[in-house]
Design a protein around this ligand. Structure first.
Ligand SMILES: [Zn+2]
Length: 238
């Protein structure tokens, strides 16, 4: 194979890596942001359960106190019943007693609901604690790994640029100019393999003579249609 072509294939791999490094400057911070957000969400969920649990506990306490005091009232009214003298007094007291009983009953219903909810919240709280621990452990590992990548972008890029310079300096100026021009104009892959006797990038069919020239590989061959540099890989792929 033409030595320029061999070097260009290496250069192309390095250029791909450099492009990937550039892209990673964008997507690595995005990925890290998402991982942090996931931890925050798990933590917020746990907090809201804890808050509702505290509030429910307070409500339970106050309902219990209220029921206690209502029951004391009820006892007082029932004692007063013994000393009743008139029908009117009797009716008034019965109505008071009914009122208190109905309030006690309402409070007890709410109390049962609150106790059920507290049970649920205790379970939720355990689940969410576990979820937070898992997410934290998992995401912190990933964050550390991504941070390492972010930290190494600069030095990796420097190494790649060094390799690029070294390889470029061995390629003839004319060939390198063609490569750079196509890379700038078309982007993506510049040196492409011939597939089914056509350009592997734009699929334009090649003349038999062109195919022979590409097979010989004693010079740089370009696609008449897209301008990319062509090479022959092996018989099977064609
Ligand atoms: Zn082409």
């Amino acid at each position: 194979m033409n030595s320029d072509l061999e070097l260009l294939l290496k250069l192309q791999v390095i250029d791909y890596d450099i492009g990937e490094l550039e892209r990673s400057k964008e997507y690595l911070p995005d990925m890290m942001g998402n991982l942090r957000k996931e931890i925050e969400e798990a933590s917020t969920n746990l907090d809201s359960t804890a808050t509702e649990y505290e509030q429910s506990r307070l409500r339970q306490k106050s309902l219990e106190i209220e029921v206690q005091s209502l029951e004391a009232n009820l006892q007082k009214f029932q004692q007063q019943m013994m000393a009743i003298k008139t029908n009117k007094e009797y009716d008034a007291l019965v109505s008071e007693i009914d009122n208190v009983k109905s309030t006690i009953s309402n409070n007890e219903t709410e109390l049962l609901e609150i106790i059920d909810r507290i049970d649920e919240l205790e379970k939720d709280s355990e689940d969410r604690k576990e979820k937070l621990l898992n997410v934290e452990e998992n995401n912190k590992k990933q964050l550390a790994m991504l941070q390492e990548k972010v930290d190494s972008i600069g030095s990796t890029m420097e190494t790649k640029m060094g390799n690029r310079k070294e390889i470029s300096s061995s390629i003839t100026r004319q060939t390198l100019t063609i490569y750079e021009r196509v890379k700038k104009g078309k982007g993506g892959t510049v040196v492409v393999v011939v597939k089914k006797r056509a350009c592997g990038a734009c699929y334009k069919a090649l003349t038999p003579r062109k195919v022979q020239e590409i097979k010989r590989a004693d010079k740089i061959n370009t696609c008449d249609n897209c301008g990319r540099l062509l090479f022959w890989e092996n018989e099977e792929s064609n």
